[in-house]
Write a protein that binds this ligand. Structure first.
Ligand SMILES: [Zn+2]
Length: 285
């Protein structure tokens, strides 16, 4: 199951920002109380209703409504959440409805109900919430080979698991991790602590390149992801290796293989991305 990653959330943000910024969030109707647990829907609605939307921001995979007086509503779409702007009547699985002062409506529809809404009041509370969950923002200047190598020092977990850890790099999920590892010619099962500095430099650049390619295509559409108009991104047509098992590698023609890394279906070309050499098993007491 694919979930929205940074390019998909950023695509939604870019589309919605001009439609909501400067408007008033007149009414928030939370139909599913699970969305904002542990807060009650009325408490969240009372805190945000009537406030001007100063900015629609993003950090990692969180979409952030920055409202007047430093009130923040942080949305995570999780697996199947979509935000639809003025959809035709009868949009299924509606959990939350945002009514804007200009008469337009945003509906958050989420068949599997994993999406969440978090209220944070004050920039300090917002920053603490995000800092506890998210590492570097990959499209900022913070993502460098040096910083990645420092974070990975001594870690034996596969580099794929390292890339998926949101507390290290925010916003990279299964699609973009596979694409970045292929671009950097690094095998997904290589222990993170054993990459060379040159490999980290290549990987930092490859993460940015893969995310940029996703953004340029309006994100990827797999299963449930749609952008704010209900349209679908096209990046899935441009995957280099992800979900391309058995197809020729775009660089060398070797069939792409599917393996499991970090518990996730993972795609690689084992010619371009050589497997780490097996070390002799060491007996443990
Ligand atoms: Zn190849």
């Amino acid at each position: 199951m694919a979930v929205p990653e940074l390019p998909e959330v950023e695509t939604i943000r870019r589309q919605l920002a001009p439609l909501v910024e400067g408007r008033t969030l007149a009414r928030l109707h939370i139909a599913d109380a699970r969305w904002c647990l542990p807060l009650a829907p009325e408490a969240v609605a009372d805190a945000v209703q009537g406030r001007r939307v100063e900015r629609l921001a993003r950090r990692g995979k969180y979409l952030i409504w920055e409202l007047a007086d430093d009130v923040f509503l942080l949305m995570h779409l999780r697996m199947t959440g979509i935000l639809l702007y003025d959809p035709p009547p009868g949009a299924p699985y509606e959990r939350v409805r945002f009514e804007l002062g200009d008469g337009h409506v945003l509906r958050f529809c989420d068949p599997r109900r994993f999406g969440t809404g978090e209220l944070q009041i004050g920039t300090g509370a917002r920053d603490a919430f995000l800092a506890a969950r998210l590492g570097v923002e990959p499209l900022s200047g913070e993502l460098t080979g040096a910083s990645l190598q420092r974070m990975a020092r001594g870690r034996r977990a596969p580099v794929k698991a390292f890339l998926l850890d949101q507390r290290r790099i925010a916003g990279v999920g299964n699609i973009y991790a596979d694409e970045a590892l292929f671009r950097a010619r690094v095998h997904p099962l290589r222990p993170a602590g054993r990459l060379t500095r040159a490999q980290w430099d290549a990987l930092a650049q490859a993460v940015r390149d893969a995310l940029d390619a996703g953004l340029a295509a309006g994100g990827a559409t797999i299963d449930d992801y749609r952008d704010a108009d209900g349209a679908r991104g096209s990046f899935q047509d441009e995957f280099l290796v992800h979900r391309r098992r058995g197809e020729p590698c775009p660089v060398c023609g070797t069939p792409v293989v599917k393996l499991v890394a970090a518990g996730r279906g993972t795609y690689a070309c084992e010619r371009c991305q050589p497997r780490p050499r097996r070390r002799r098993a060491v007996a443990t007491p």
